[in-house]
Design a protein. Structure first.
Length: 133
């Protein structure tokens, strides 16, 4: 394949997009609270375009004009929940805005985690008493 200015534009555009989107964009960093680990999962879509043309000049040389661009969309879709050696997937309802839904789930997740931590603490306190009897 012949190296052309359009090829260079496409390569640069793709390289910049690769730098922005990596595996940690899709599977996020784990968040640990007590014995519960939450891992965000996102859907990433992207597109790009580039083009150009050679333009004749009065000096007899050809000039090149071109450009390229792209766009990326990152949508949260789920959380992987790891707790008590069990793994489950909490899907985000995508009928509303995904970002709004993810934000609205945070208080519910905190409440659930708090209840589980409290229940675990209560279980831990009751077990020594049972052994004492």
């Amino acid at each position: 394949m012949k190296e052309t200015p359009v090829n260079k534009i496409m390569e640069n555009t793709l390289q910049k997009m690769r730098e922005m989107v990596d595996v940690s964009t899709i599977i996020g960093d784990p968040m640990v609270t007590g014995d519960t680990t939450l891992i965000p999962v996102s859907k990433v879509t992207y597109g790009f375009t580039s083009g150009g043309t050679d333009l004749p000049s009065k000096q007899g040389t050809e000039l090149f004009g071109g450009g390229g661009g792209g766009g990326i969309s990152i949508t949260p879709v789920a959380f992987i929940v790891i707790q008590n050696n069990k793994v489950r997937l909490m899907q985000i309802d995508n009928y509303t805005s995904s970002a709004d839904r993810a934000i609205s789930m945070i208080p519910e997740l905190i409440d659930q985690i708090s209840r589980l931590v409290k229940a675990k603490e209560e279980d831990g306190e009751s077990k020594p008493e049972e052994k004492a009897e």
